[in-house]
Design a protein around this ligand. Structure first.
Ligand SMILES: Cc1ncc(COP(=O)(O)O)c(CNNC(=O)CNC(=O)c2ccccc2[N+](=O)[O-])c1O
Length: 391
C-alpha cells in the first residue's frame, strides 16, 4: 500500500488488507470460538503465531478483529492493539498490565470519573497506591515520582473539564525514570492526536465514542509501542479480555466516515462554543481550540483538530435552574457517552468533589455538550430556548 497517503485516504484503506477482505470491500464478520486445523503443521504454525493475528482460538480473535487491530495501529502508530468489551475495560486492562501490588500510580486529577473510581475501589485493594496530579503539571511531574512509581496515566483533554496536558514533557520525564505512560486518547479518536509520536507507551480508546460513531456499540482498544506491546498483549489475554466480531466489524465501518464526521462535529461545536462565549450567563467555555483556553497552545501543537465534545460553566445557577435549562430540549438529550451523531447534554454541580490534587476555580454549574450532526442553527435555537427557561 502507498505509504505516504493522506489521513483521509488512510482511513479508507486501514484494515482492508486482501487477507481480511477476500473478494469484498469490507472485512466480513467472522464469528468463531473454535478454529479448526487439518494438519499438525497448520496447528503448530497457528500456535507459534497465535499472538500475531493468526487464527488460533476465538479469544485471540478472528480476521475481523485482526482487521480492526491493524487499522487502529496504522492510524495511531502503535505496534499492536488489544480489544476490550468497552473503554473502561481498556483502561483497567492497560493499567493492570503494568501495575502490581506495592506499585505507585500517578493519575491525572481530571480523569474520567469511573477511572478515578477504579483507582480508589479496585487498585487500592490490590495494594496499588495512587497519587493524583495537576493536569497542567508538565515536566514538574518529576517531583511526584517515587522509587515504586511504575505508571503515569494521562487523559488529554480531560473529558469533562478539558484541561490540556503537556504530553511530550511528561513522557520525556517518564522515559528518563523507566516509567510506563498510558494515555486515554478517547477525545482525539485515532486521528486527531498521534500519541506514540508524543512519546506515549500505551494509548487507550473508548471506541464506543467516535470510532463507532452511532451510539450502538460498546468497545475499547489499547495499543502499545514495540517495547510494551508484548506485555499488554499477554496480560490482556490472561485476563480474558475480548470483543465480538460483530462489534469489531461495526467499529471498522465507523472508521470509514470518522474524518468527515469529525469535521462536521468540529465545525458545529466551534460555532456553538463561540456563540456561548457571548451569552451573559456564561462564565467560561472549556473548549481547547478557543484562544481563551489556557491549553490552546498545547492543543495547536499536539492535535490536528477538535470534535463535538466540550463544556461550559455558568456564572451561577440553582439545581432547579439547571434542570429547567436541560429538560425540554428539542435536540440535546441527557445521556452518558458521546461521539455519536446525536447531540447530548449533561450537567454537574460538583466538579470539586472529583478533584483531590487541584482546586476547581469555578463555583457555577458545569454543562457538558456533545454537538452532533444536526443543523447547528437548530442547536443554537435549542440552547437559546434553554437560556430563556433558565432565566
Ligand atoms: C475519556 C473516557 N475514557 C473511557 C471511557 C469509558 O468508555 P466506555 O463507556 O466505552 O466504557 C469514557 C466514557 N465516557 N463516557 C462519558 O463521558 C459519559 N459519562 C459516564 O460514562 C459516567 C458514568 C458514570 C459516572 C460518571 C460518568 N462521567 O462521565 O463522569 C471516556 O469518556
Amino acid at each position: 500500500m502507498e505509504q505516504n497517503m493522506k489521513r483521509d485516504t488512510q482511513l479508507i484503506h486501514a484494515g482492508r488488507a486482501k487477507q481480511y477482505t477476500g473478494k469484498v470491500v469490507n472485512p466480513p464478520v467472522v464469528r468463531g470460538s473454535t478454529i479448526v486445523f487439518d494438519t499438525f503443521a497448520e496447528l503448530k504454525h497457528a500456535t507459534l503465531n497465535r499472538g500475531n493475528r493468526v487464527p488460533f482460538y476465538g479469544r485471540r480473535g478472528t480476521d475481523t478483529h485482526f482487521a480492526l487491530q491493524q487499522a487502529i495501529c496504522e492510524l495511531e502508530g502503535g505496534a499492536g492493539c488489544a480489544l476490550y468489551p468497552c473503554g473502561a475495560a481498556a483502561v483497567s486492562g492497560a493499567l493492570l498490565a503494568f501495575l502490581k501490588s506495592g506499585d505507585h500510580l500517578l493519575m491525572v486529577d481530571s480523569a474520567y470519573e469511573p477511572t478515578r473510581a477504579l483507582c480508589e475501589k479496585l487498585l487500592a485493594g490490590l495494594g496499588i497506591e495512587t497519587t493524583y496530579y495537576d493536569p497542567q503539571v508538565g515536566a514538574a511531574i518529576v517531583g511526584l515520582i517515587k522509587p515504586n512509581t511504575k505508571v503515569i496515566f494521562l487523559e488529554s483533554p480531560g473529558s469533562l473539564t478539558f484541561e490540556m496536558q503537556d504530553i511530550p514533557a511528561i513522557t520525556a520525564v517518564a522515559r528518563q525514570h523507566g516509567i510506563v505512560t498510558i494515555l486515554d486518547n478517547t477525545w482525539a479518536s485515532p486521528i486527531l492526536c498521534q500519541p506514540f509520536a508524543l512519546g506515549v507507551d500505551v494509548s487507550v480508546q473508548s471506541a464506543t465514542k467516535y470510532i463507532v460513531g452511532h451510539s450502538d456499540v460498546m468497545l475499547g482498544t489499547a495499543s502499545a509501542n514495540e517495547k510494551h506491546w508484548p506485555q499488554l498483549r499477554e496480560y490482556s489475554y490472561l485476563m480474558g479480555y475480548c470483543a465480538s466480531a460483530d462489534d469489531a466489524y461495526t467499529a471498522l465501518r465507523g472508521l470509514r466516515t470518522l474524518s468527515v464526521r469529525l469535521k462536521q462535529h468540529q465545525q458545529s461545536a466551534l460555532t456553538v462554543a463561540n456563540w456561548l462565549q457571548q451569552r451573559p450567563e456564561v462564565e467560561t467555555v472549556l473548549h481547547p481550540a478557543l484562544p481563551s483556553h489556557p491549553g490552546q497552545a498545547i492543543f495547536q501543537r499536539d492535535f490536528s483538530g477538535s470534535n463535538g465534545l466540550f463544556s461550559f460553566v455558568l456564572k451561577q445557577g440553582s439545581q432547579q435552574q439547571v434542570e429547567a435549562f436541560i429538560e425540554g430540549m428539542a435536540h440535546f438529550k441527557m445521556g452518558f457517552s458521546w461521539g455519536g451523531f446525536e447531540s447530548l447534554i449533561t450537567a454537574t454541580m460538583k466538579v470539586q468533589q472529583l478533584r483531590t490534587a487541584t482546586t476547581w476555580p469555578y463555583s457555577g454549574p458545569l454543562i457538558r455538550l456533545h454537538i452532533g450532526l444536526e443543523d447547528v442553527d437548530d442547536l443554537i435555537a435549542d440552547l437559546t430556548a434553554a437560556f430563556a427557561r433558565f432565566n
